[in-house]
Write a protein that binds this ligand. Structure first.
Ligand code: AMP
Length: 474
């Protein structure tokens, strides 16, 4: 079906054509005509399916008639993270270039002054993270009574991040007669409940998970000893013809350590995670997009939904604990028709995680063929010390004590849950830290608690496969 059959205006079709899209993706083909007919929508779709354009495009046409009034945005898009909000704003810039629509971005971590000024001028599209929106609402800077179109994007992620009470609160401030579009990769019961309560006769549109259908991504598991991960990673980065790569770690401390280690070894790498402030995160992303750095070490939350063209490789330096995260992570490569490769490092203790991932995606992932079979029963030879252990010893000395892997791991775990495992992340707004348990009770469906419970993974102590003779790409 061509874009021209969806009922979009000529200006929009021109912008879509200039974006280089020849035909709508399945979610766009199904959602756009219904949104234009003012129906409520539940879109069960992930990033990578073209879901952003499926709401941005019809919104532009719907809003192009009418004018914004001061402090009364005409539409609202809620995003779980600042990066996603920023990306949606960029989508508006791209597609709405032949219209006069105004957008404003309300995200935490940047000054409120400019945001308030933008609101004063009147905005057609307000793109916000829930925390900052509630802040400005409570200060009286926004009136939501003129908001006739609401988009709740990545609803399941909102749930994971504890934003559902805020979303419910926001929904009650909007006019009841509005149009509501809800997008979510999965539909756990609390999201279903939210939809039942705040959507009216919605059309349900479900599209396949990109990772289960995206044959553009070559997936491989790399069986590796925990202590050799960095060696193996560096080898792959050098051997694999990596143009640009995102490397995922499960913990923020590991993101930092790995980035430093890569830089020490001469790689052009950077890092993003929840502890880095917004302007630094944006700067790091810009460096990655412009090619100034070609490796980005990332945590799940910071990298969720990032749409960066031309990422040739994804490395799961740590196998994700949550199978959905695997799908999101590898979806950063192989985008928009390009091909990509995803390597997942697997240590002995990752067996269950891998089993869950394979169950979710419905395929068995190829195990990388290594030269020299691994023998799990053999004790690791003492002399086979990875070069990185030197780093680890050095770190120990820097802290003024001998390197103690187990104690430093414990510390890492204790410092990590802010980002994912604890139900009080409020990444865009920490003002409610005083009452986390009330506001951010982790829903029963979310198994992320495992992240805190997981003990240190010190590998399986088997002999390291001879990495440098690893055969790749077969
Ligand atoms: P999203 O799922 O919204 O994150 O979009 C994923 C990627 O697909 C983005 O890079 C979009 O620019 C791209 N995209 C969106 N719609 C189309 C389309 N109809 N044809 C090709 N690429 C598209």
């Amino acid at each position: 079906m061509p874009f021209a059959d969806l009922g979009l205006s000529d200006e929009l079709l021109k912008a879509v054509h200039e974006a280089g899209y020849s035909e709508p993706t399945p979610i766009q083909a199904q959602a756009i005509p219904s949104v234009l007919m003012m129906r409520d929508i539940i879109g069960v779709a992930q990033t990578g399916t073209g879901k952003t354009a499926s709401f941005v495009l019809p919104m532009i046409d719907i809003l192009s008639a009418g004018r914004a009034r001061a402090r009364m945005p005409r539409s609202l898009i809620l995003e779980p993270t600042r990066e996603l909000a920023d990306q949606v704003a960029q989508n508006f810039e791209k597609y709405a270039k032949y219209t006069k629509l105004s957008t404003a971005l309300l995200i935490g971590g940047v000054s409120m002054g400019d945001q308030v000024k933008a609101l004063e001028k009147g905005v057609d599209v307000l793109i916000a993270t829930p925390g900052r929106l509630m802040d400005l609402f409570e200060r009286g800077n926004i009136l939501l009574t003129g908001c006739s179109l609401l988009v709740i994007d990545e609803a399941d992620r909102m749930l994971d991040m504890g934003f559902i009470p805020d979303i419910e609160n926001i929904c009650t401030k909007l006019p009841a007669s509005r149009q509501t579009l809800l997008f979510s990769a999965t539909m756990p019961p609390p999201i279903k409940k939210l939809a039942d309560r705040f959507l009216s006769n919605p059309k349900l549109i479900e599209v396949a998970r990109p990772a289960t259908t995206n044959t553009n991504i070559t997936q491989k598991l790399v069986l590796v000893d925990e202590r050799k991960k960095r060696d193996v990673l560096r080898g792959l980065l050098r051997q694999e013809g990596v143009d640009s790569a995102i490397i995922f770690c499960n913990r923020k401390t590991m993101v930092r350590e790995l980035n430093k280690s890569l830089q020490r070894h001469g790689f052009r790498s950077g890092e993003i995670h929840g502890d880095i402030d917004q302007s630094a995160r944006i700067a790091e992303l810009e460096k990655f997009k412009s090619g100034q750095i070609n490796i980005l070490v990332a945590s799940d939350v910071a990298a969720r939904g990032l749409d960066i063209k031309g990422v040739s490789h994804v490395f799961n330096f740590d196998a994700p604990w949550h199978p959905d995260d695997y799908v999101h992570r590898i979806g950063r490569t192989g985008r928009a028709g390009a091909t990509g490769t995803a390597f997942t490092f697997v240590t002995k203790s990752d067996a269950e995680a891998i089993e869950n991932i394979e169950k979710l995606i419905g395929t068995k992932i190829e195990r990388l063929k290594l030269d020299g079979a691994r023998d799990e029963n053999r004790a690791e030879p003492a002399e086979e010390t990875a070069p990185e252990s030197g780093d680890s010893r050095r770190r120990g000395r820097e802290r003024g004590k001998p390197a103690d892997r187990s104690s430093s791991r414990k510390k890492t775990e204790a410092s990590e849950p802010v980002e994912q495992a604890r139900p009080a992340p409020r990444v865009d707004d920490r003002r409610d830290a005083s009452q986390p348990s009330q506001r951010y009770d982790r829903p029963a469906h979310a198994p992320r608690q495992r992240q805190e419970d997981d003990g240190p993974d010190d590998g399986w102590n088997g002999p390291m496969p001879h990495f440098l003779s690893v055969k790749l790409g077969d």
